[in-house]
Structure formats: structure tokens, C-alpha cells
Design a protein around this ligand. Structure first.
Ligand SMILES: NC(=O)c1ccc[n+]([C@@H]2O[C@H](COP(=O)([O-])OP(=O)(O)OC[C@H]3O[C@@H](n4cnc5c(N)ncnc54)[C@H](O)[C@@H]3O)[C@@H](O)[C@H]2O)c1
Ligand SMILES: O=P(O)(O)OC[C@@H](O)[C@@H](O)[C@H](O)[C@H](O)CO
Length: 386
């Protein structure tokens, strides 16, 4: 069984690659990082270390790599022969890789009529659907019809905290023990891939929203409030009592939005929240606030972890999401010269002010009631500054 996986980064190697190996796939990683690709081809294996007391180790074998910049033809050939294609490159990169995937699928069509599933494992609602849309922009009407019959783009939700790696061995990756990979079974073409650890569901929406608006909404608190207060890591920030109070408030608000939208059991949802808070405090993981806060413009987007739960909360309760508004305010204050989106966000604020910038990145109508709540909290969070 052959898998082609785009993105040999933290989640690619630390999660998807590990599960595919255990399910007996040979995984060909596609990346633009030449050093990682070279090392994958040389070693043909790497270690995944569990960030826990016993540091359990799994050696992932049967792997190779292709640099998509220098060897695009090899990627096309690999897709033509693959049994599964997955991605973990980041939501903004999906459009970039779509052309090569389209070429691979077109080439495949000439040589065989086998079904194939392409699963985007990104932190977003509708990742595979977006990838499909982008792939279809690169093919003819006739190919599109054939693709509709043969190629599935099931949406997915993936959950495992994999921080940036600081190991001497550039392939080794340290990951938290917990993981969840949920895939929309109704969109699968042909046989459902057998991968231990994957849960197939009919409708992914409640799962991806529960994950994004609990794990990632919660994570944004130690990231943005933590950065604002001067903390460097998630773990450090999680021990601050203001961060603890805000994360509790934020997850109550997003929880209420989720419970009322999807009729989740209140007690079960609270158990889910408590477990996530413990995961953020894992003493065996050192995760930088700048990794978790990366891409603030994406994270302030209308369907992402901050604006969407805040809007739903207002709609379903009629109350002001004061805690979510504090995190949105701290995201607007997020400064990091190494992060393109953070730099752009601060430029927009300098040129147009907070209110217009928020409207623009969050696509909120100028009269949206969330805007004044965030503006009030921009003042409110000043008391947190050390
Ligand atoms: N790290 C986590 O804890 C975690 C958990 C769940 C989901 N995710 C999601 O997984 C995705 C990847 O995150 P990550 O943390 O692994 O990031 P990462 O930066 O570690 O990995 C991304 C990889 O994609 C590669 N890449 C960039 N452009 C490319 C291109 N054009 N073609 C091929 N490869 C390209 C990069 O070189 C890098 O190796 C994101 O959508 C993220 O939200 C991450
Ligand atoms: O990957 P991002 O940038 O969307 O979000 C940063 C973190 O919240 C995220 O990577 C989590 O670690 C992950 O989603 C846990 O499953």
C-alpha cells in the first residue's frame, strides 16, 4: 500500500506518518524542505517519541521523500500509483499544492481507473473540500467528470499536539500521547482505507467544530494572552491565574455555542474541556506561544477558532462573549517579526486602526455587535500587561 503525504513537518511525521506506517503503508513524503527530504531518503526511518513519563519510542519505517520543487514529475508519478493521498501543510498552502495534485490525478486517469481518496489533515473546517475546489481549477470539464466518479476528498479533523522540534536528529519528533483522527466516511470513494486510529463518521461538522472550537480556541488563550503577558511557552502561560480564568471563560462560551448548536451532552463536553486543559499543561512538552499563535490573520478569519464561536455564542445566548473578546483583542495585539501574518496585521492596524482591521480580517459587517465588545476588551486586557 502506497501513501503520498504532503508536508513532512510536525504533524506529518509525528502523527499521520506514524499511523500510516502502523497500517502497513509505505509513505512518500512530499515537501519543499530539502534537508528533511534528503534525510528521509537516506535513513528511510525516523523516531516518534511520546512526550510522557516513559518517553516511549516508535520507529516509523517504510518512508521516503520527494522535493516537490526540484522533482515535481516524481510527485506526479507517485500520485498516479498511490492508494491514499494525505496533506498536513497548513490551510494557506492547500491552494499552492493543488496544481501538482491535479497533474498527478490527471496522469493517473490515463493509466488506471482506480479510486483514490485525498484527505487534507489541516486545522480548518472543510480542508479537503477546499483542496478539491482548488484542484478542480486546474483540470478540464471532462477530467472533472471522471474525477467526480473516482476521487474522494473526505474532510477530516486531526488532533495531536506536536510542538516545533529541537532535536539534533532532524527527523525525530516528540508528540503528546493523545491523538484523534476523524474522517468523513460518506465522501470516501471505493473501499474505506483501514487505518487503526482513524474514526470514520457520516457527518464531520460536529467533530471538526468541537475540535477547532475547543482545542484550538482554548490553545489560543495561552498563546495570545500568554504572549501579551510576556510568556514564551504554553506551559508557562497555563500556570498564570489570569490565563486560567480566561481559558475557563472562553471554553464556557465556545462550549455553550457548541452544546446549543449540536445538542452535545453538557457533562461529557465538560469532561472533554478538562482533558484538553490537562493536555496544555503536559510538563513533557515545550510548545512555544509563537507556534500556537502563528498566522493570526487566518486565526481571526470568519470560520476559525475565535470569531465563529463568538458569533454563534451571541446568536444562541444573546449575551456578550466577553472572554472570547479578550482573546480576539490579544490576537489583534499579537506581535512577532518572524511571522508574516503578524507583521501584516500590525501594519493594517497602524494604517487603518483596530476596528477597521478587525472588520477586514474577520469579514464582520461594520454593525456586527461583536466589534464593540472586542474594542472594550482591547482596553480591558491592558490590566494584564506586566
Ligand atoms: N502541530 C500540531 O500540533 C498540529 C495538530 C493538528 C493539526 N495540525 C495542522 O497540521 C498542519 C501542519 O502543521 P504542522 O504543525 O505540522 O506544521 P509544520 O510547519 O511543522 O509542517 C508543515 C510542512 O509543510 C511543508 N510545506 C510547506 N509548503 C509546502 C509545499 N508547497 N509543498 C509541500 N510541503 C510544504 C513545510 O516545509 C513543513 O515541513 C496545519 O494545518 C496544522 O494546523 C497541526
Ligand atoms: O496549527 P494551527 O496554527 O492551526 O494551531 C496551533 C495549535 O493550536 C495547533 O497546532 C494544535 O497544537 C493542534 O491543533 C492540536 O491538535
Amino acid at each position: 500500500m502506497l501513501a503520498v503525504h504532503f508536508g513532512a513537518g510536525n504533524i506529518g511525521r509525528g502523527f499521520i506518518g506514524a499511523l500510516l506506517y502502523q497500517a502497513s503503508y509505505h509513505t512518500t513524503f512530499v515537501d519543499v524542505n530539502e534537508a528533511v527530504i534528503q534525510e528521509l531518503n537516506e535513513k528511510q526511518q525516523y523516531n516518534v517519541v511520546l512526550a510522557a513519563e516513559n518517553s516511549e519510542k516508535l520507529t516509523v519505517k517504510n518512508v521516503s521523500g520527494i522535493n516537490s520543487v526540484s522533482d515535481p514529475d516524481k510527485v506526479i508519478e507517485a500520485i498516479a500509483k498511490a492508494d491514499l493521498v494525505t496533506t498536513a501543510v497548513g490551510p494557506t498552502i492547500l491552494a499552492i499544492i493543488s496544481e501538482l495534485i491535479a497533474k498527478g490525478l490527471s496522469e493517473r486517469l490515463k493509466s488506471n481507473q482506480k479510486t483514490l481518496n485525498i484527505i487534507a489533515c489541516e486545522n480548518m473546517v472543510g480542508g479537503s473540500s477546499l483542496l478539491k475546489e482548488k484542484v478542480y481549477e486546474h483540470v478540464t470539464d471532462e477530467e472533472r467528470k471522471a474525477f467526480d466518479d473516482l476521487y474522494g476528498f473526505p474532510d477530516a479533523a486531526v488532533d495531536r499536539i506536536v510542538p516545533n522540534q529541537v532535536n539534533e536528529d532532524i527527523l525525530e519528533v516528540s508528540v503528546e500521547p493523545y491523538y484523534e483522527w476523524v474522517v468523513e466516511e460518506s465522501a470516501i470513494k471505493g473501499e474505506t482505507p483501514t487505518i487503526d486510529g482513524v474514526t470514520y463518521v457520516k457527518d464531520l461538522t460536529p467533530y471538526i467544530e468541537r475540535k477547532l472550537f475547543t482545542v484550538n480556541t482554548g490553545h489560543a488563550v495561552p498563546a495570545y494572552i500568554g504572549r501579551y503577558m510576556g510568556y514564551a511557552t504554553i506551559n508557562e502561560a497555563m500556570f498564570d491565574q489570569h490565563v486560567q480564568e480566561i481559558i475557563k471563560g472562553v471554553l464556557n462560551e465556545s462550549g455553550e455555542a457548541l452544546i446549543q448548536t449540536y445538542q452535545f451532552d453538557r457533562e461529557e463536553h465538560q469532561t472533554y474541556i478538562n482533558k484538553i486543559i490537562q493536555r496544555f499543561k503536559n510538563p513533557h512538552i515545550s510548545d512555544e506561544v509563537t507556534r500556537v499563535g502563528r498566522g493570526p490573520i487566518r486565526k481571526l478569519g470568519p470560520h476559525d477558532r475565535l470569531i465563529r464561536p463568538a458569533s454563534i455564542y451571541m446568536d444562541v445566548t444573546g449575551n456578550q462573549p466577553v472572554y472570547l473578546a479578550k482573546v480576539i483583542a490579544s490576537a489583534l495585539e499579537y506581535k512577532n517579526g518572524q511571522d508574516e501574518e503578524a507583521v501584516k496585521l500590525q501594519q493594517m492596524i497602524t494604517e487603518h486602526g483596530y476596528e477597521k482591521t478587525l472588520q477586514s480580517v474577520s469579514k464582520l459587517d461594520s454593525t456586527h455587535p461583536l466589534i464593540p465588545v472586542v474594542m472594550t476588551e482591547l482596553e480591558g486586557i491592558k490590566a494584564l500587561k506586566k
